[in-house]
Design a protein around this ligand. Structure first.
Ligand code: FCB
Length: 462
């Protein structure tokens, strides 16, 4: 193969840009929308940077036509977005037709422009009413999620081919109920593990619902966020630290989805948490183990881990029940979020997943970087750091493909600068700038033009 061929992506490679409902929509009181745990959480003092809320966010609820015109102008063929459960079911149970109609209009507006929609059913905005009944630590939430899935599929299924059940159950469970830095902000290791199981159960039930109502050409999967564990030393203690971190962060969610149940070594590591496993009912593991068409891989950065002298010492990793391992500071150059830029870890991850899953196709459903963009004199945003980040990570994907990994798509996080959860509007991930101080004006950044060129050629510039 010559250099130009080496830079090519496989034919049919799926390119996209991504967002999530709570982070961009605003319109929180429109058309009967109910409250989500994130609406409540953003109202709690001290939880969100500078007290930012997502009441308006990017006002995408009113500007989706303009945003889709931008996607079309850039020539991006796919758009990954999430449906807001409380917009469609304000109390988590009852249909609000006007809420569902919004997504109906959105899907039509995308298709009219030749953009193919990819729906994520759960991107963390649980209806507050369901949280009041126990939230994800309660088993019933998984069944309510299945009902909601059926409803959305019934309305959008005739036009949407690409479906993700749950986005990053790790974050929803461990950050929402473990460390409490995300909504609903509960902080209890046992609750976090229960929530994790019910999110996985919800994924399995939703997969069953989607499969049962499927038509030809539809594909379903789960999106997991992976943090590959790196160490400087490769002796037995460091390998053990890697095993522990990787076990709870990565394999704990992956293994059951693949039909292997929860990893025994992880269950042993956190045995001291007591009987949280009583939430795992007979048959649950079979329910979770639904065959997926692809695995969604969300990747931003690796984690650097070290073993602690005392194997029982409480860890700073934020993983429920983890002992004897710490994460150490990331190595520069960092993004404004403070994350490392280590594209090699993405190659290694995709190659490892290919072997570990026995060849299950993967789609990178989130990857991108936040930087402190500046609007230059010429009115443009020359975000060369973001452009380099994307270039290097796309290169890393090509390297994985050349090593045999079956990677079928790539979605940049994110189309727009948006509400970055606990960090409010301080982290700009967009290919398109949103001026939050100036009428939410959209400006295409240089990185978007770079991405448009890659898509046009289905290849990296040589
Ligand atoms: C992921 C989330 C996404 C966004 C990026 C930066 O974990 O899925 O909503 O916040 O991180």
């Amino acid at each position: 193969m010559n250099e130009a061929q080496l830079n090519r992506f496989p034919p049919g490679f799926r390119w996209g840009v991504g967002t999530s409902a709570f982070q961009i929509e605003g319109g929180v009181a429109e058309d009967g929308r109910g409250r989500s745990v994130w609406d409540t959480f953003t109202g709690v003092e001290g939880k969100i940077h500078s007290g930012h809320t997502a009441d308006v966010a990017c006002d995408h609820f009113h500007r989706y036509e303009e945003d889709f015109a931008l996607i079309a102008r850039l020539g991006v063929p796919g758009y990954r977005f999430s449906v807001s459960w409380p917009r469609v079911m304000p109390d988590g149970r009852t249909l609000e037709v006007r809420g569902l109609a919004f997504y109906d209009r959105m899907v039509d507006a995308l298709l009219d422009r030749g953009i193919s929609p990819s729906v994520t059913l759960y991107h963390w905005d649980l209806p507050q009413a369901l949280e009041d009944e126990g939230g994800w630590p309660a088993r019933d939430t998984a069944y309510r999620f299945a009902d909601y899935t059926a409803l959305v599929q019934e309305l959008l299924g005739d036009r949407v081919d690409h479906w993700t059940t749950v986005n990053e159950p790790f974050c929803a469970a461990f950050l929402g109920y473990g460390t409490g830095v995300h909504a609903p902000g509960r902080s209890d290791e046992v609750l976090a593990m229960r929530a994790a199981h019910h999110l996985m159960l919800g994924h399995g039930l939703a997969m069953q619902v989607l499969r049962a109502g499927a038509r030809q050409g539809q594909e379903f999967g789960l999106a997991l966020n992976f943090a590959p564990a790196l160490t400087d030393v490769d002796d037995a203690r460091y390998r053990e630290a890697r095993r522990k971190f990787d076990g709870l962060h990565n394999r704990f969610f992956l293994d059951p989805a693949l039909g292997r149940g929860y990893p025994e070594d992880v269950l042993a590591d956190i045995r001291h948490l007591g009987d949280w496993t009583s939430v795992i009912h007979y048959g649950d593991l079979e329910t979770i183990a639904q065959p997926m068409d692809w695995l969604g891989v969300n990747y931003y950065a690796p984690a650097r881990v070290i073993p602690l002298e005392d194997a029982d010492a409480v860890s700073n990793c934020g993983l429920p029940g983890l002992r004897g391992v710490d994460v150490t500071p990331p190595r520069g150059p960092l993004t404004s979020f403070g994350w490392e830029q280590t594209p090699e870890s993405l190659t290694d991850l995709l190659v490892w997943l290919h072997e570990y899953t026995g060849g299950l196709p993967t789609e990178v459903l989130e990857n991108g970087a936040a930087f402190e963009d500046r609007v230059e004199q010429d009115g443009r945003i020359h975000d060369s750091e973001r452009e380099r980040y994307l270039h290097e990570h796309l290169h890393a994907i090509l390297a994985a493909i050349h090593s045999g990994a079956d990677v079928r798509g790539y979605v940049v996080w994110s189309l727009l600068d948006n509400f970055e959860w606990a960090l409010g509007y301080t982290q700009r991930f967009g290919l398109v700038r949103v001026d939050f101080a100036d009428g939410l004006r959209r400006t295409v950044k240089d990185s978007a033009r770079y991405y448009a060129r890659v898509i046009e050629k289905n290849a990296l510039p040589v």
